[in-house]
Design a protein around this ligand. Sequence first.
Ligand SMILES: [Zn+2]
Length: 711
Amino acid sequence: MLILPLVAQPFQIVPQPQKTELLQGDGLAFGSLTNLKMTGKLNRPVMGDILSQLTESYVSGSGTLTLKLDSAGIAPESREGYLLTISNGNVEIISAGEAGLFYGCQTLEQLLEDSRDFNTPVPACKIIDSPALSYRAVHFDVKHHLDHMNYYYESIDRLARYKINAVIFEFEDKLRYQRQPLVAAPQSISIDEMAALTRYARERHIEITPLVQGLGHATFILKHEYYAHLRELPYDRWAFCPMDEGTYEVLFDLYLDAIEATPGSRYLHIGGDEIGNIGLCPRCKPTADKEGILSLNLYWLKRVCEFAKENGRIPIFWDDMPLKEAGVYESTHKTDINFEQAARDWEEGKPILEQVISDFPKSCVYMRWNYSTAQQPGNLFALDWYQEHGLKAMIATAAQSGPAVLFPFDERGKGVSSRGLVAIQSFVQLAAEKGIDGMLCTAWDDRSPHMETYWRGLIASAEYSWSPNGRTLDEYDIAYLQREYGASIPDYTNLYGLLREAALFWEKAFNREGGRMNLNNALFNMSGMAHWLTPEEQKEQKASDKTDFTDRLIELPDLQNPGSWSKKYAPRLTEAASIIDKYQHTSTVLDSIYRESKRNRYHWEIFSAINDFQIAAPRLLLALKQCDIDNKAQQLAGNEEVRGALTEFDKAWGDLQIVYGKTRFISYPSTYVPDPYHHYASQKEDLTWMIQVEELFHKMVNSWMDSNQLH
Ligand SMILES: [Zn+2]
């Protein structure tokens, strides 16, 4: 049997508490806790399925959970910390704040879940716990998709279990803005509904921070002709003109709506990254020529920070543009820049930054993003530079990884450039060492993997931002599986590795070279533009009238010259066969873990659907190989295989959309104004951006069958 729950420790609290001591005497049997006693003026915390069954009582007796606000200074100082004692059938949680009582209850709920699932009493113990970082946020990015409202509510419950206390919700066009209604996508969330979610989250000690992109990343606003006059370049939807007052009128309206949608929250994330082309319009050029692009960036930053302050919010800002203008940005993320080179870059860059230091708003949080291990010397210099100048920095790590479309990959063993869990652990540990007390785990929607596939990373960020030096990554995976699913897979890392291998093959299966991006970008470049291209390059691309992109994909077997195709693509076909061999194993494991899971089974539905979908690519290649033979009868038999593979793809693709559709809207309403650009997932208004390669390749296969009279 693959599922062996008892290989895991019976009790796995996530995030790992700072300190656990076993005590003498009896602990707590599952089901024996019946009463809740609260001393002092307290609201009953929101509780999980088990603890919410307790009856409130004024007397102490056996089977009582007592919640107490600390007045004697015995609990940890942090209002999120708690002291939990389990002894002789009773539990006591003491905290300096209501958040700490809430977290103590979450810990107890997890212990009782394990006690029930493993049929073993919770031992007598004392847990002293508090977080390493005080702002622990995850990212909901709805740039190119929207999940169902109930999925957001469920996600809040799930995050609260792991003591995450903030969500940075990147609204893009999915908030039904009232002051600039044109910006709102037709299916967007109303301000009232978002405010309700914000209140629901706050009851679970999670603060929703709105993120509305500003200067760059503004296609969702500037795609509308109505706003075209605010573009820095008339043909570029990416960036606003920072010197046009109209820019601020629009942005401030959007911010006001975002603030109303998140009542009571402390922060406003104003974006500000990857701006690209500014300083080029007649209004900006004189300033850019005289004072540099950096001054334009800082002018915009100053204006939006002032607005945030006037409206009672602390602004958060992606910090890459000032670093870029000072020539130090590359040193913060490139993995081949050594210490000496980075030191030289900073030696030259610091005076540029320091010349305008008074223009760096003090009220702002500078969010230093790095999605690898973050150990690049330049990244360390950047964090130190903020501290030296009294600027508040937070860090942003990532649950996603570069090329992954179907699900995020774990890329360990690649040194500094490792991605996935090792990057999350590493950057959060670094933040804790440097006394930085805020982190965000991003979950970018550029390639729009299903939100469900981000959870392993999101929960890892909860684990390490609370307890940076607790579990190893392998220990984390065991704990994660037990907490999230009440199950375990002895070779989980291996399963993930096999799924990843198949996903990487799918990514390049039909491409002549490189991955899907090759074709997607070619298709998109007919009309679009990337923010890192110069105006000249953009114009050049727009001038291209190419419409046939079949040369990006591999050709089909030449039946006049049988065997040559199979020879040419032998390594690819061997790999395809190997992936198909392993598929049987991955399906069995996924099926088994699905059945054994006690909660969140949907997670495995998603992975099973992905597994079935991505296997269609190697199947089609092997079917084509069967046709590539000097025998008409066998060619016809091979052709049956090809048709079978195409049918199988249609089914897997249909199933994938059904499974995705259980929690997300899989297409935009017909009145949506398209917004295609270099982000993979922006290129279509339904999920078909995922299969642009298949759409073209399958068409090629069908006409190939026709021309070879194989039908
Ligand atoms: Zn301008």
